[in-house]
Design a protein around this ligand. Structure first.
Ligand SMILES: O=C1O[C@H](COP(=O)(O)O)[C@@H](O)[C@H](O)[C@H]1O
Length: 243
């Protein structure tokens, strides 16, 4: 994206070092924002490296000075499955750190036993953004799939084309579960800081394609997201092996 700052790349030895660095930096950003009188809005992602980051947040939180009552938590995407499913991104984050730190201003798209369809869930999640007068994340963390997907925006999928909307319902996702709700590119691109979290050699080609000078968003959706103020790619050595 030509109107955004060039992405920064931070490479760590392994997934554990990456998770510790991201968790520490996130807590610093939140504490600084709160010291300046702000209520930070943070976007979380699901997935394996996100889980490691979340566990590190729980470990480091007691020393951070963060007031979790003054942090608003969102998710870049959610799986449209029952509310008690371990596949829900919110459930993974709750178990890893949200309950432990006592965060309670937490929003995710409603589950399959709460609303009738992924479309209804997407509409409800968009309403929550409007009600908070938000959508402008201070920090938005995003995973990247080996296929280059970001949030639940998959290569060649109809969700890529959603415009004039905050959220989109996704069906027939190539990665299970098939029904999901995702923020759109327009919503993701309202973030001040976008942090991509990527670990492991199977994702190295997606990282290469996302950071290449040329390439299409349809093939590598992660190319379509960048922060207004910064974009940082937090990688471990295997994920960075092709750049
Ligand atoms: O399905 C999803 O996958 C990605 C990445 O997951 P990983 O296990 O490959 O790390 C994640 O970013 C997204 O939020 C999630 O719904």
């Amino acid at each position: 994206m030509t109107d955004r700052p060039q992405p920064l790349i931070e490479v760590h030895d392994d997934a554990d070092a990456l998770a510790t660095a991201v968790a520490g930096e996130l807590l610093n950003r939140i504490a600084d924002a709160q010291a300046a009188g702000q209520v930070p809005h943070i976007g979380l992602t699901g997935g394996s490296i996100a889980e490691a980051v979340h566990r590190e947040i729980a470990r480091l939180a007691p020393e951070s000075g963060v007031d979790w009552g003054g942090v608003v938590i969102w998710f870049g995407d959610e799986r449209f499955v029952p509310s008690d499913s371990p596949d829900r991104n919110i459930n993974q984050a709750r178990a890893a750190f949200l309950e432990e730190v006592g965060a309670f201003r937490v929003h995710s798209a409603p589950a399959a036993d709460e609303v009738a369809s992924a479309e209804e869930s997407a509409a409800s999640y968009a309403d929550a953004f409007r009600a908070e007068g938000s959508g402008d994340f201070d920090v938005l963390m995003l995973g990247v799939g080996p296929d280059g997907h970001v949030a639940s925006l998959f290569p060649g999928h109809p969700g890529l084309d959603a415009t004039g909307a905050i959220t989109v319902a996704v069906h027939d996702s190539p990665k299970p579960p098939p029904d999901r709700v995702s923020l759109t590119f327009e919503a993701l691109n309202r973030a001040q800081s976008v942090w991509f979290l990527v670990s492991g050699e199977p994702k190295s080609d997606a990282v290469r394609r996302a950071l290449a000078d040329d390439g299409s968003i349809a093939e590598t959706p992660a190319r379509g997201v960048a922060g207004k103020a910064e974009t940082i790619w937090f990688l471990d050595r295997p994920a960075a092996s092709l750049i």
